[in-house]
Design a protein around this ligand. Structure first.
Ligand SMILES: [Zn+2]
Length: 401
């Protein structure tokens, strides 16, 4: 958010000052917002049990853990998400880490309506001013820790994007696993390497391509704490094609699993109606704020500020609920679309030893997590994950001697 676009409203507004402005109680969607709940008056308050989970997530990032590892461990410990779901993804952990609400602030007016017929909303970039409110509700993470976590995430994302393409070695043909593999032990990117091994009876050097965690392969100057093993590219490819065959054999189970995740994400009729209603309400309040912002403060600056703050507060509450619902709606549509694609792909898989096809990989894989001992988890775009064994198999036959 550019500085000039934002308008900081009252730096030191204390939470307690914020009383309900409008008649009745607005629904506070703390269901989409781990760590908070509401009191009898509808004020946002900290839910101590959930706040512990939020603190744990922030703390573990500062300890050097990656978001996939954090997600895996939360599931192992049976911890539920804000919507009381058992499944944690690297992405859902990441969103918690990036959310300014955990330091007590909130950024209002994140979306504006662009299409009045479909009511489709887009992220507010330059269309309208954004309002950043400090001390909007009680903080779970201190400003200082929150900033530290942002720095760490920024540093990791720079690594992930690999701006100078240093780690994506030039090979004939594309490297289909590029930017898709992450280390399950430390969460950092897994990149491609050329290695030499002295196997075979005569100990002749054999060159091969492998994928290895950047930290474990000692190519990250800042970290040395990972010992994850590398996997042969050949074995990754083999394991992937075999997985497709196995999925095809158990197609009924796959469809059942995906439909379950679609059902979890999709909106009920009532939620769908609520989503439309929220769009209209947000528009109305946005108009009020815009009109108010264009007006001069007049003689009573205090009332002006208070009114503005309340409007923004109301808007933010509606917006949070809107974002939560619309995210679920989009997710269910995405899963459905990708289930169709996967089923099409499976039609053409004939056996377990099919030649590797990089196009198929791109079509169906969201990402892969490489764990120690050559275990690889393939996360499919249709929302299901499979763990496979990508251990180097003994050579079946020696080439002509
Ligand atoms: Zn690692």
């Amino acid at each position: 958010m550019a500085q000039e676009e934002s308008r900081s409203i009252s730096e030191n507004t204390k939470w307690g000052v914020q009383k309900r402005f409008q008649q009745g109680k607005a629904h506070v969607p703390t269901t989409y917002f781990l760590g908070y709940t509401e009191d009898e008056d509808g004020n946002i308050i900290i839910d101590e049990k959930q706040a512990k989970v939020v603190k744990r997530i922030y703390w573990e990032v500062l300890e050097g853990k990656g978001t996939p590892t954090i997600a895996k461990e939360l599931m192992k410990d049976g911890i539920r998400t804000a919507r009381n779901k058992k499944t944690w993804t690297s992405d859902s952990v990441y969103k918690i880490l990036r959310n300014e609400k955990y330091k007590g602030d909130c950024l209002a007016q994140k979306t504006v309506t662009v299409d009045f017929l479909t009511h489709e909303r887009v992220r507010n970039k330059e269309h309208q001013p954004q309002y950043y409110i400090r001390n909007h509700h009680p903080a779970i993470i201190s400003e200082e820790d929150w900033e530290k976590v942002q720095e760490e995430l920024n540093r990791r994302s720079k690594m992930f994007r690999d701006p100078d393409n240093k780690y994506n070695m030039a090979y004939s043909g594309a490297a289909p696993f590029s930017n898709k593999l992450f280390c399950g032990e430390c969460g950092r990117p897994v990149t491609r390497r050329r290695l030499t091994t002295h196997c075979g009876e005569d100990s002749a050097p054999v060159k091969f391509t492998a994928w290895h965690c950047r930290v474990a392969s000692k190519r990250d100057p800042n970290f040395k704490d990972c010992k994850c093993s590398y996997v042969w590219e050949e074995e990754l490819e083999r394991a992937f094609m075999k997985l497709l065959f196995d999925i095809k054999k158990g197609k009924a189970k796959l469809i059942e699993d995906v439909e379950l995740s679609i059902e979890e994400a999709s909106l009920t009729e009532e939620e769908d109606r609520r989503l439309n209603e929220l769009g209209t309400q947000i528009d109305r309040i946005t108009d009020k704020i815009t009109a108010m912002a264009a007006r001069s403060t007049g003689s009573n600056e205090t009332i002006y500020e208070a009114t503005m703050r309340h409007l923004i507060y109301e808007q933010e509450i509606l917006q949070m609920e809107y974002d939560g619902l619309s995210e679920n709606k989009k997710e269910s549509e995405y899963l459905e679309e990708n289930l169709k694609i996967l089923i099409e792909v499976l039609e053409n898989i004939k056996g377990p030893e099919e030649d590797f096809d990089p196009d198929i990989l791109t079509k169906v894989i969201e990402k892969g997590i490489v764990y120690n001992k050559w275990r690889v988890e393939f996360q499919l775009k249709c929302g299901v994950s499979y763990e496979v064994d990508a251990r180097r198999r003994p050579q079946r036959s020696k080439k002509a001697e």
